[in-house]
Design a protein around this ligand. Structure first.
Ligand code: C5P
Length: 408
């Protein structure tokens, strides 16, 4: 499933209703409240009755600095707002976590408590961060509700894939508060860490998928998380961002222009048509090094005999961009399983690029955190282990500093 890109909003959306529906992931909404407030948002938390079974309203009140509302029949609150005033005050609604039951109720226009009433009466953007067991997420009724809500203009943030509170693994995990914040920051208009206004950035991310025949492919286990985190950090910093991505299970960071691709050849074509006026190019994708020489037009039948597949090298997109007459500032990535320093340094010189980000493949691929070392002409710069979101900002800041010193 793909989710729509959220364009950056001007002026920024500062006043948020954070709706918390019932589910164990409600505890993550506490950290999300803290992060939203820190990013400059005013947050009015509204809890469903079920949510109050998981976290106390007092916790949210302390974090948001506002009394929490949960009952439609409550008389005027001591913050001076009834639900009509509240609907007028808010500039956006975010429901996190959005349970399967909550999605079902709003998909059908039900308005039987304060939160569903506000959703039904809204004329402002609605963001939904679902959290539920993977079987419930995949349930056809839930998928119908998600489709209906998308058609009605709601914007889904996630869910993510991975280990769930119930012990199962699959789609349905609430995105981490830091992931939600990086998706929403451009809307809130939080202060950028580096100022990239006026800069155009092109990134590649994720794996590529090379066809063997109509039903079989060659690919790799890249999740796309590092590239998407960099795209989000670049948007937050004010850049005009184009993200050229192989297939991933990630939500597109708000405000960036996504070009979805499959094969290395498609990725190269998309990069070359976008790179002309780019200031920076981040080549984060795990591009296949080889592709089947002549993919079969029909499904290859098994014969029982051993089979040989002839592979030919793919174009090196990064080296191609770096060799352009007037190339953008190019940043490469090197995922190695051993001899990281030696291989990364060699790769930087071979591709003729100013900066390469080295990481150990077994430490990086598919994970939310990473440990990287930056290699440039001045030497190596190890960064402390951190989430990919945090590393993205540090990598961006290093690249900009280097770019500015080179151009002076
Ligand atoms: O040579 P190697 O594949 O290890 O280099 C990794 C770097 O080169 C990454 O930045 C990757 O995105 C880029 N690359 C590319 N095109 C390829 C292979 C790798 O742009 N065909």
């Amino acid at each position: 499933m793909t989710y729509p890109t959220v364009p950056p909003r001007h002026p920024p959306l500062r006043r948020w209703i954070l709706g918390v529906s019932g589910g164990i992931a409600a505890y993550k909404a506490c950290e999300l409240t803290r992060l939203l407030v820190k990013a400059g948002a005013e947050v009015q938390v509204i809890m469903t009755q079920a949510a109050t079974q998981f976290v106390t309203p007092l916790t949210f009140q302390s974090l948001s600095g506002r009394p929490v509302l949960s009952h439609i029949w409550e008389p005027r609150q001591d913050n001076g707002m009834d639900h009509i005033d509240l609907a007028r005050w808010a500039e956006a609604i975010l429901i996190a976590p959005a349970s399967a039951d909550f999605l079902a109720r709003i998909a059908h226009g039900m308005a039987d408590d304060l939160l569903t009433t506000l959703v039904a009466a809204r004329s402002i953007p609605l963001y939904l961060a679902p959290a539920m067991n993977q079987a419930m997420w995949n349930n056809p009724a839930n998928q119908r509700n998600v489709e209906q809500l998308t058609l009605d203009g709601a914007i889904f943030l996630g869910p993510g894939e991975g280990q769930q509170a119930c012990g199962e693994t699959g789609m349905g995990r609430l995105l981490e508060p830091s992931e939600l914040l990086s998706l929403l920051s451009p809307l809130i208009g939080s202060k950028p860490l580096v100022d990239l206004r006026g800069k155009r950035i092109v990134l590649t991310a994720g794996p590529t998928v090379e066809a063997i025949d109509p039903v079989r492919t060659l690919t790799n286990i890249s999740s796309g998380k590092m590239g998407y985190a960099l795209a989000a950090a670049a948007v937050i910093s004010g850049a005009d961002v184009t993200l050229i991505s192989g297939p991933t299970a990630l939500s597109v960071p708000a405000g960036c222009h996504l070009i979805p691709v499959h094969s290395a050849a498609q990725m190269r074509d998309a990069v070359l048509s976008e790179i002309q006026d780019a200031d920076l190019f981040f080549s984060v994708a795990a591009v296949a090094d080889y592709t089947p020489e002549s993919p079969s037009g029909h499904k290859i039948k098994k014969t029982g005999a051993p089979m040989t597949l002839t592979l030919v090298p793919t174009p090196d997109i990064l080296a191609t961009v770096a060799a352009l007459p007037n190339p953008p500032f190019c940043v490469g990535f090197a995922a190695e399983s051993q001899h990281l320093e030696e291989y990364a340094k060699r790769k930087r010189l071979a591709k003729n690029i100013p900066l390469i980000v080295g990481n150990l493949a077994q430490r990086a691929l598919g994970r939310d955190d990473n440990e990287v070392t930056l290699f440039d002409a001045n030497g190596s710069h190890p960064l402390s282990p951190a989430s990919k979101e945090i590393l993205a900002h540090q990598i961006l800041a290093h690249a900009i500093t280097l770019m500015n010193t080179q151009s002076t």
